[in-house]
Design a protein. Sequence first.
Length: 302
Amino acid sequence: MAPEKNNMQYLIDASVYIFRAHYSMPEDIVDNEGNPINAFYGFCRFIGDFMEQMNPKYIAVLFDDGQGPSFRSEIYPPYKTNREPAPPELKKQFIQCREFVNLLGLMNWSHPRYEADDLIGTLTRIGRENGCSSTIVTRDKDLAQLVGKDDIFWDYAGKGKINYQKIPDVFGVWPEQVADFLALAGDSVDNIPGVPGVGKKTAIALLSYFQDLPEIYANLSVIDKVDIRGAKTLGKKLEQHEGAAVLARKLTGIDCHAPFESKHIDLKPSTPDIEGINAMYDQLGIGTALRRQAERIKNQID
């Protein structure tokens, strides 16, 4: 069921909040066998708090599959190879987090070739086509490119809610320019080099003067008129590295057409499986606070 018109759908970037819980919750939160469950516990509390606070009519929790290379790795093999792999104890907790979300009755989705960003982008597009706005719950700057005039970028427990008009104040460029900005300046987090010698300030200046990457490359002869340090040699530098910029842009743009089954657009929460949640909590040795929260959420949805 696609969201009805004039409704808000909440799209949660799961990995951000699992990693946040992993690094912020005490390491001595362990299950009955002594295995770490700090990320799982913190994520369950986050999702529970979010559900109680917002009581969303439409919600989805999107995960990175992590089982194989994404289409970006096929385009550029070094993509994200600078990242240390998640330790085994955290990989296990990712699986547990998704199992919990499923038991809680929330739509969740991953895909072997597409990242959570692309799934969020796809649901944002589908919602928009149905007259529905999106609140993207994340702290990942890449997802700012999805924000339309009726959407919200929500850095939950961070910078807070950021609407379309405020995106430039936070990220330096408009949502439509975020992917171009990252292609020019590069993104060290994802191991995307961008254009050598073009940093964030230069990229922002270029995109303040020109609308997008194609317009920049259509006007290399007048780049020296941009009020920025090194403008006289910038045009030649951009020309020399056009291939790098074009490649980077293929990586930084979010694909809003990930393939989905019909169940992936049914964002209405279903009744939580309280027995299943309690059995999971029994297995992991989790006490009463989260159990009571799950009951409250069930009553809220019912």
